[in-house]
Design a protein around this ligand. Structure first.
Ligand code: ZN
Length: 239
């Protein structure tokens, strides 16, 4: 009998121990669960931070790319490719423009005439060579250094006129304002301000441009994909 009790005692001990172990295990599970939840939240938080940071890095990378394009400027002017001859058409004996803007430009002049406004086309496409002559000869005539001259004329290779999408416009009734800031007071300019956008024309150098002087006579065409591509960088910078 005494032996049986002994046996029971022997069995009892592991049983009690096992219960103790079971309790200890569930506490451990809870601990592991809590730690897992904590780690999960930590990773989630870290992940969100990483996404946010990479967005910041990416956008600053884009800004840098834009700045790099900025570096292509010379004296405030952006570089422009010269248009191939087969895309140019004469709209007047001495004025050539890109074929894509011909129709819109002539329609604009026609519609202005109906309103009693007489637009004169002063200059369209200019080759890089002609721009070279203008930039360097006028510079010496006016006794200006390049940076002064660049405020009123683009260096060769940097003129919107070489794209065929730029046009200088005057008022037939006030020719003395040709290529002058006073052109902004003419009826022609006021008409253009109200209506030019309808024909996809935009003033290139407005009063807010910090590099280049205000040119109320100089308009550019943005009514085709080719034109928009050419002026994309300029438009991005002026935002
Ligand atoms: Zn011009």
């Amino acid at each position: 009998m005494a032996r049986k009790e002994d046996t029971n005692q022997i069995f009892d001990i592991p049983f009690a121990k096992r219960t103790y172990l079971k309790n200890s295990n569930s506490k451990l599970y809870i601990k592991i669960l809590l730690i897992s939840i904590f780690l999960l939240l930590l990773f989630l938080f870290a992940g969100l931070r990483l996404i946010r940071d990479s967005k910041i890095v990416f956008s600053s990378f884009l800004d840098k790319q834009i700045d790099m394009k900025d570096d292509q400027r010379i004296l405030g002017h952006l570089p422009y490719p010269e248009i191939s001859k087969d895309k140019l058409v004469f709209i007047e004996p001495n004025i050539e423009v890109h074929i894509d803007m011909r129709e819109s430009l002539l329609k604009m002049r026609e519609d202005a005439k109906k309103d009693g406004i007489y637009l004169v086309f002063l200059s369209g496409y200019r080759s890089t060579n002609l721009q070279k002559d203008i930039f360097y000869s006028l510079k010496s005539i006016r006794n200006q250094i390049a940076s002064e001259r660049a405020r009123v004329s683009a260096p060769p290779g940097y003129s919107e006129h070489s794209t065929g999408f730029a046009i200088d416009i005057g008022d037939y009734m006030q020719r003395e304002t040709d290529f002058e800031v006073e052109f902004e007071n003419t009826d022609a300019f006021k008409w253009l301000q109200r209506h030019a956008a309808k024909y996809h024309f935009k003033l290139s150098f407005n009063k807010n441009n910090k590099h280049i002087d205000y040119e109320p006579w100089h308009w550019r065409y943005e009514g085709s994909i080719e034109a928009l591509k050419i002026f994309e960088n300029s438009n991005r910078k002026s935002k």
